[in-house]
Design a binder for this molecule. Structure first.
Ligand code: ADP
Ligand code: ASP
Ligand code: MG
Length: 464
């Protein structure tokens, strides 16, 4: 059995969807389970329209819904030959668009747009898309059935990026999908979305369909999980920004998790977790070039290959520095910093502390900087008054550039080579961190220098 996740571009227009049908047809013997995203651009459009709705720009809202309806209608018109089936899909979509319009109206009336409402609104993209894929497959002679993942994926109520309850989810995935697969039916499951125990719609975070793919694949004990996208595999750097980026034939789960966590958008960082636990290989493949072997992600890192696998960057970060002579040797400061940040749910991406302990630097998403600094100032109010801590400083528009590869472990000179490449590019490094696993070296630079830094490091390791 193979679980196949198709991303937004892979289901984004008529010709791509034809390719999806032909891919599914050619792997029918492997009992494919399909997980799919919204058509490309649809999730963004749904979320932007929610913003217009709260501003009561009703004309714009209606115009956007009409455009989304048109985008899906074109697919139904071109890809579904059987008239009744086509009408049934169009009717199903119409009901969904009515429901969506009602939600937008509600948002407009209340003038309130919560993350919870955004999740409900965003879920429409995957539902529209998967209803359409199931109908197209059926029309092409493949027994297929639409499956709303909300009936299986149980999450907490942390809207926007809900956490999955695996015990319940695994159980329902098996009881729902196994009979379908055994009956020779291809389930077409909505990526990205789940539901709380109270019946509220949640999402697993932007780009979360990859994660759904591996949750489903792992629960079913699939032989492999395939992520179909628009590039030949995981590359040595983001091909949109780096000249000479190349496809990596094989990387380890840890490398994949590390590079995606630090900004390689090709796969969602959480995707690796269910796969690791069940030792299921993940393959990244290109719907535009299906015969290419792609990238295999498994336990082995393929150590015969390059030492440094990937250079990535993550933008829109802020640096919070907690400084003071009085901090030296005082136990518990770091613990208080992290507890304060956890209270306001701020995720720390990088930490750096000089051995003088005079200064602790933490790097967090820019959008969280204000609340993080406010919370830290209140946590350390007494210490600031006492001058144990001088101040809590904030610097924004930062990027982390991460150099990732399992082979770096125990190989001397990697850090030196990285720093001299960055120096030659005339970029100032603001902070450095290296995990003790030596899987990753992270550099903090100004955002305006990030691309230049990635390119320089990429070139230095002859990744090109
Ligand atoms: P999908 O819609 O299939 O989920 P995404 O747009 O989420 O696709 O991810 C694929 C894109 O990720 C590629 O088109 C590429 O531009 C980008 N990308 C960024 N970093 C990398 C990398 N290291 N390797 C491959 N692709 C990358
Ligand atoms: N459609 C969702 C998004 O755009 C999920 C995904 O594509 O993986 O974030
Ligand atoms: Mg994606």
């Amino acid at each position: 059995m193979i679980t196949m996740k198709f991303g937004g571009t892979s289901v984004g227009d008529v010709s791509r969807l034809r390719e999806v049908v032909s891919i599914v047809q050619s792997y029918l013997a492997e009992h494919p389970v399909v997980v799919a995203s919204a058509m490309s651009g649809v999730t963004d459009a749904l979320l932007q329209t929610a913003q217009l709705a709260v501003e009561r720009k009703n004309d714009q809202v209606e115009k956007n819904i009409a455009a989304l309806r048109e985008k899906h209608l074109r697919v139904a018109g071109e890809l579904i030959r059987h008239r009744e089936r086509r009408d049934e899909l169009i009717h199903g979509h119409s009901l969904l668009f009515e429901e969506l319009l009602n939600l937008y109206n509600g948002v407009g009336l209340l003038r309130e747009l919560s993350v919870r409402s955004l999740d409900a609104i965003a879920s429409f993209g995957e539902i529209l898309s998967c209803l359409q894929i199931a109908a197209i497959l059926t029309d092409s002679g493949v027994a297929a059935q639409f499956v709303d993942a909300r009936t299986m994926i149980r999450t907490d109520a942390h809207f926007g990026e809900a956490a999955v309850d695996f015990a319940e989810t695994n159980e329902s995935v098996r009881s729902f999908l196994t009979p379908l697969v055994n009956a020779g039916v291809v389930p077409v499951v909505t990526g990205f979305i789940g539901r709380t125990r109270d019946g509220l719609t949640t999402t697993l975070g932007r780009s979360g369909s990859d994660y759904t793919g591996s949750i489903i694949g792992a629960a079913l004990g699939s032989d492999e999980i395939w992520i179909w996208t628009d590039v030949d595999g995981v590359m040595t750097a983001d091909p949109r920004h780096v000249k000479g980026a190349m496809v990596l034939p094989q990387i380890s789960y840890r490398e994949a998790a590390e590079m995606s966590y630090f900004g390689a958008k090709v796969i969602h960082p959480k995707t690796m977790l269910p796969a690791i636990e069940n030792s299921i290989p993940i393959r990244i493949k290109n719907t535009f070039n299906p015969s290419h072997p792609g990238t295999l992600i498994s336990r082995d890192a393929n150590s015969t290959e390059r030492v440094v696998k990937n250079v990535t960057s993550i933008d829109n970060l802020g640096l919070v520095a907690i400084e003071g002579n009085g901090m030296v040797g005082v136990p518990g400061i770091s613990a208080r910093i992290f507890s304060a940040l956890a209270r306001v749910r701020v995720n720390v991406i990088m930490i750096s502390q000089a051995s003088s302990e005079h200064n602790v630097c933490i790097v967090i998403p820019q959008k969280d900087c204000r609340k993080a600094v406010d919370e830290l100032r209140s946590e350390f109010e007494a210490d600031i008054a006492r001058r144990t801590i001088d101040d809590i400083k904030l610097q924004d528009n930062m990027s982390i550039v991460a150099v990732v590869g399992e082979g770096m472990r125990g190989v001397p000179g990697i850090a030196g080579k990285t720093f001299s490449a960055v120096a030659q590019a005339n970029v100032n490094i603001i902070a450095i961190a290296q995990g003790s696993s030596e899987l990753n070296i992270s550099l903090l630079v100004e955002q305006s220098d990030a691309h230049k830094t990635v390119q320089a490091v990429h070139d230095a390791f002859h990744l090109a």
